[in-house]
Design a protein around this ligand. Structure first.
Ligand code: 0FV
Ligand code: MN
Ligand code: MN
Ligand code: MN
Ligand code: MN
Length: 589
């Protein structure tokens, strides 16, 4: 895909609007509508945009609209789909024929990491429900297979006690037996397994420290000769498997898989073909999301907002990993884009008075409320209002449930939390970390995301689950918190420099008189703690499987987008761009 090299009219407008050129009133921006016509945005709102306010400092989009619209992957064609179907049948046989427990678990793990496990949901469930895996008393005395089995069982929702690791501990039970410190494969699995822990599971805590210490040591001392094993260890130390989203990581896992001596050529062929087929599907979805974004004219009307529709779509490929959730991905992309827009209105452009008016209008939730708003706010108010009502219409039509009050509450809670931050900012208030987080887990935007997803991913909507969702069940709060904290690690330096409330890192520094690195370390440990709550709640919740999966993935994707504590969304960090390009644009050869 071609990157935008020459300044477009939008960029020209953006640059000049901020320099207050009055002549710009004569310009009008164009956007291509879904009918392929060039739509004219009258720029009424843009004309009102004033100077002397904060700016985001965000660059224009890297991705050209027309290049996106011209995607035409050959992997949509029947010949590829037929080949994939044949390979899927062969891998099903492979799974069913596998008599060795450990080999079978390894295969299931590989399928998931290569992004193809959803083709085998049925077969995998059968395997787990069969006599081998129902039995927690494994009798295994091997660290590698015990840990692998433990992790996969928990990943698939089975309860299995941490006591399976007692055998590997010292007599005094406060640490693992040092005789295992040289078993790299076992240590690696132990380390991976420890990330499935719930609050208070001490054995798993000790396991993580023990495994991390000796894995790091073996890497540093060059004691791992097997290059494939070394790659797996380095990969896990960077991000454990349990924290990784599926599709955005699939490509690099296939790269690693194909070099392994135990690689199965049928599995490899399927993985390589399937990732190209998925890419073709993703491109179709992205095209649609991009046409919608273009047709809203929000970028032309509000030149200070982030123009990040491709990144918004990329985000959804991590959150909704199922092939069949294409419409949900498109819907979710719109939420990300709308949340980003309103967030920038609150964080960058709006005055306190305007923000109060906007919040009041969302609270009232009627079309009349729009009249009192300045034009630049009217356009984003109506965009949100229409979007929410349209999705609620679908839920009413398809599921007979009126979701408006709940969706409305989600958006109200979001803007109210934004207003609190704006109020802190203009009053120079420095909250304690606790006070900050009590608001910031909402102000990150996860509530509208999860609320909309809830109605989309729940087949028969039950009162109990609706209530749990909107009383913000611990899964919801954990998901939003894991979203918030990596965002703070990645974005807060730029935000504070631009003018914003202190974020978690700065709150901790203020409160404890700590260094930035100490504060970051503390925030990282909060992320680890929050995962324990997530793990516990995932094992028994009133929610659908797909909703729980999405809630966990929302946090995982934040950890991916803000990896290395950089902003891979607003600031388009190159590492994230490379992953994005690999998943959405470049075919796998
Ligand atoms: C976070 O941006 C971000 F990427 C937003 C709001 C778009 C939607 C994504 C999420 C819901 C994560 P930013 O760092 O400006 O958010 P805060 O809350 O720190 O202003
Ligand atoms: Mn796995
Ligand atoms: Mn922001
Ligand atoms: Mn914000
Ligand atoms: Mn931020």
């Amino acid at each position: 895909i071609a990157q935008v090299a020459i300044p477009t009219q939008t960029n020209f407008l953006r640059n000049n609007l901020f320099h207050g050129f009055s002549k710009l009133r004569r310009f009008s921006a164009t956007a291509t509508t879904h009918r392929g016509l060039r739509a004219r945005c009258s720029l009424q709102a843009a004309n009102e945009i004033q100077t002397g306010r904060r700016t985001g400092g965000y660059q224009p989009t890297l991705w050209d609209f027309n290049s996106i619209q011209s995607f035409n992957s050959k992997y949509k064609e029947d010949v590829h789909l037929e080949r994939a179907a044949a390979l899927i049948e062969q891998v099903k046989m492979l799974l069913q024929e596998q008599v060795d427990d450990v080999r079978c678990l390894e295969l299931i793990d590989d399928l998931r990491r290569m992004g193809i496990s959803s083709h085998f949901d049925h077969e995998i469930a059968q395997i787990f429900n069969s006599k081998y895996f129902n039995n927690n008393e494994t009798g295994e005395r091997d660290l590698y297979s015990t840990a692998l089995r433990f992790r996969l069982l928990r990943e698939h929702g089975f309860s299995v006690s941490q006591e399976v690791f007692d055998y590997f501990k010292n007599d005094n039970v406060t640490d693992f037996n040092p005789s295992f410190a040289h078993e790299t494969k076992g240590l690696l699995q132990l380390y991976e397994a420890s990330f499935l822990s719930a609050q208070g599971e001490e054995t798993l805590e000790i396991a993580r420290e023990f495994a991390r210490k000796f894995l790091e040591k073996r890497v540093v001392d060059h004691e791992i000769d097997d290059i494939n094993l070394l790659t797996s260890v380095e990969r896990a130390l960077e991000f454990p498997t349990h924290w990784r989203v599926q599709m955005p990581n699939a490509r690099s896992f296939i790269d690693a898989y194909k070099r392994r001596p135990d690689m199965n050529p049928v599995v490899l062929e399927l993985a390589k073909l399937d990732i190209n087929i998925v890419q073709a599907q993703f491109q179709q979805e992205l095209k649609e999301a991009s046409r919608w974004w273009n047709s809203t004219c929000l970028v032309q009307q509000l030149p200070f907002v982030r123009d990040r529709i491709v990144e918004c779509y990329y985000w959804t490929t991590g959150v909704l990993e199922r092939r069949q959730h294409g419409n949900e991905r498109i819907m979710l992309t719109k939420i990300f884009a709308l949340v980003t827009t309103i967030d920038d209105v609150f964080d960058i452009y709006g005055t306190v008075e305007e923000l109060q008016q906007f919040t009041a209008a969302i609270q009232r939730w009627d079309i009349e409320s729009m009249n009192q708003l300045p034009p630049y706010m009217q356009i984003c108010y109506l965009a949100v209002f229409n979007f929410v009502n349209e999705t609620a219409y679908d839920t009413l039509k398809e599921k007979g449930f009126n979701s408006v009050p709940f969706l409305r509450k989600a958006w109200v809670d979001l803007v109210e939390s934004y207003l609190i931050e704006a109020d802190w900012y203009y009053n120079g208030h420095k909250p304690s970390l606790e006070e900050y987080i009590e608001n910031a887990w909402i102000s990150i935007g996860g509530i509208p995301i999860l609320s909309h997803l809830f109605f989309q991913l729940t087949d028969s909507i039950e009162e109990e689950a609706v209530e749990s969702m909107h009383k913000y069940h611990d899964i919801v709060r954990a998901s939003c918190t894991i979203l918030r904290l990596p965002d703070d690690l990645g974005t807060s330096l730029d935000e504070v420099e631009r003018g914003d409330v202190p974020k978690s890192v700065q709150c901790y520094m203020n409160e404890k008189n700590a260094s930035e690195e100490e504060a970051r370390e503390h925030v990282r440990s909060l992320i680890e703690q929050t995962w324990k709550t997530m793990n516990k709640e995932m094992m028994m919740s009133p929610f659908s499987k797909y909703f729980v999966e999405a809630a966990a993935n929302l946090g995982r994707m934040a950890q991916c987008i803000y990896q290395h504590e950089r902003d891979g969304f607003g600031m388009q960090h190159s590492l994230v761009n490379k992953m994005l390009r690999g998943l959405l644009f470049d075919s796998y050869e």
